[in-house]
Each structure stands twice: as structure tokens, then as C-alpha cells.
Design a protein around this ligand. Structure first.
Ligand SMILES: [Fe+2]
Ligand SMILES: [Fe+2]
Length: 133
């Protein structure tokens, strides 16, 4: 499980960001097996957390700009993942969070990008950009 071209949205900036997310998760997978596992895992989670927040903000701004009707549900899915990720990041300071973690993160990414993100693609292609919010 990981990045495949099936996950492409055709929106260049979004596709690049999605690939970066999988790159960061790959670093997290390496960190789990490294000698300095504790700090490597924690710092990879810090990196993932900050990039996820950047990506969500970009996606939400694009959807808002195009008046996407399912914006609120999409934001709720993002927030739920952010809460889980923040909790894992905080726990990683004091305990080993590696068991099953990277698979869980990849499963969420594949499911979210492949289903939920793909739903906004036709709308972003056809809806005019809103001039007021
Ligand atoms: Fe996304
Ligand atoms: Fe999303």
C-alpha cells in the first residue's frame, strides 16, 4: 500500500503535495527501523504533521474558492485526521508508537485521496472561481 498513479487528481499542485505526503510517510517507515528510532520517529511525525496542515489548508482554500458544496464534510475529515496525527505525535514523545502506525497512515491517505479528494476534482474543473466568500 502506498502511492500509485490511480491516486492522481490531474491537479498538478495537489498531486505534488500528495506525493510529498507519501515521501514523508516513507521516511517515517525508515525511521521506525533506524537505530535512533525514538527521535527519528518523533521528528518524522513533526514533519508529517506540519506538511499535512499545509496541504489541508491549500485544498480547503481551493474548494472554498470554487464553492465546493461538500466543503464542510471534507474539512471535518481533515480535522479528524489532524486530531489523530497530533495525538500520535504527542504520544511519540514518551512511548513507541511504531506498531501499525505507518500502515494506518498510508491506509488513511489512500482512502482519503482515492475517494474523498477525487470527489472535488470534477467540481474544481468546471465551477467558476467565486469572487466573494
Ligand atoms: Fe489531499
Ligand atoms: Fe482532502
Amino acid at each position: 500500500m502506498g502511492w500509485t498513479d490511480n491516486l492522481l487528481t490531474g491537479i498538478h499542485e495537489i498531486d505534488q503535495q500528495h506525493q510529498v505526503l507519501f515521501d514523508v510517510v516513507a521516511r517515517l517507515e525508515q525511521a521506525v527501523t533506524s537505530d535512533d528510532k525514538w527521535s527519528a520517529v518523533h521528528f518524522a511525525l513533526v514533519e508529517l504533521n506540519s506538511f499535512v496542515n499545509v496541504h489541508f489548508a491549500v485544498e480547503e482554500a481551493l474548494m472554498r474558492l470554487h464553492g465546493y458544496p461538500d466543503l464542510e464534510a471534507h474539512i471535518a475529515a481533515h480535522r479528524a485526521f489532524s486530531v489523530d496525527l497530533l495525538e500520535i505525535k504527542q504520544r511519540s514523545i514518551r512511548e513507541d508508537v511504531s506498531a501499525g502506525m505507518t500502515n494506518m497512515l498510508k491506509e488513511w491517505l489512500v482512502g482519503h485521496i482515492g475517494v474523498v479528494d477525487k470527489q472535488y476534482v470534477p467540481h474544481l474543473r468546471t465551477a467558476p472561481v467565486a469572487t466573494r466568500f
